[in-house]
Design a protein around this ligand. Sequence first.
Ligand code: SF4
Length: 388
Amino acid sequence: MLDWFAANARDLPWRRTRDPYAIWVSEIMLQQTQVKTVIPFWNRWLRGLPTIEAAANASSSKIHKLWEGLGYYTRVRNLQKAAQQIVAQQTSRRRRGDESQTENKSETPHVVSYKFPENFDDVLALPGIGRYTAGAICSIAFNQPTPILDGNVIRVLTRIFGIAENSKEKETNKLLWQIAEELVSHAKTQRRKGKISKNFARFAPLREENSCSHLNQSLMELGALICTPKNPRCGICPVQRHCVAFKEDRIEDLPNLGKRKPATARRFIAFAIESSGRFLVKQRPDGIVNAHLWEFPNVEINGAKSVAKDVFKSQFGFAPKSISPLCTVKHSITRYRITLEAFAVSLKKPPVKADGVWKTPAQMRRLAFTAAHKKLASFAANRILSGR
Ligand code: SF4
């Protein structure tokens, strides 16, 4: 696996650094999100907030704007909470140090910079970091033999070892963690022997010292490039001769993920209400999904097909003179298949009682919207521009 990784690893921007902060950001962004989607977000984040301290001190609107479009926004709020925790802990430790230095009359100056913790338990204790992410950060940034187990790695390990039991069951999950731990611990004593690719040479100058990091990354990479959920490329797989699923022709059956909950359809009606070139928008409150992000007024419709005009009246207490379809946006969040039907309403006077604020299209562009409402915002702005 180490040899295969050295010859085949992709040149990803977070592989060119050993900065644990940058690696941490990449790991959080990669949760539930594909590599090619993450790359521009990661570059933008690191340009805007290059240090732990910058992330800790950034405004809520800035972190949400940088994350806008990535989804699962609890991730970014936890990331900032964790950065604030690191800064607070190290500041208080320094203060204590300064006090004792003053007592000793020492005048040694210190540079204020904040370090990402290296100890696995300290990393695991940070908000938004579970066992997988802590393992990934400690192995990739610090070359510690800490195991990782996510969907990709579960697929690879259950196939190689022919594990037919449901990987979500406690005992099987425990077994998979044990295997992952044995592999990465064993890697610590291994040395790569084969050829290295140009990519690898570029991002791994200390390659001989990074076998734990590279073993874990090779498992992720094999799952992403070769041992894919459908049509795995067994013909070019580096571990084919060890693979039980390949030998026993059980690839289709593994991994056993148990029964999936069926997808649920949900339908929303939203209104782009315009008055004097401004739109009514509001910020989602704390404690709910997509908290702090902006959206147009909307309501979930259950059961019978509803007429947009009636829905508008039930929300605002009056029926608008005209209401016209603006766009329909379909998207998925976890197991929900969501359809958002948006309607345009133009009012001479804004309603006296309206929950939200009125913003021009230019002002809306500076706010962080949920992905579906961002599309709606651009349809609404285009409609104004085209004078319809
Ligand atoms: Fe996956 Fe096929 Fe390789 Fe086995 S031989 S690990 S099934 S790609």
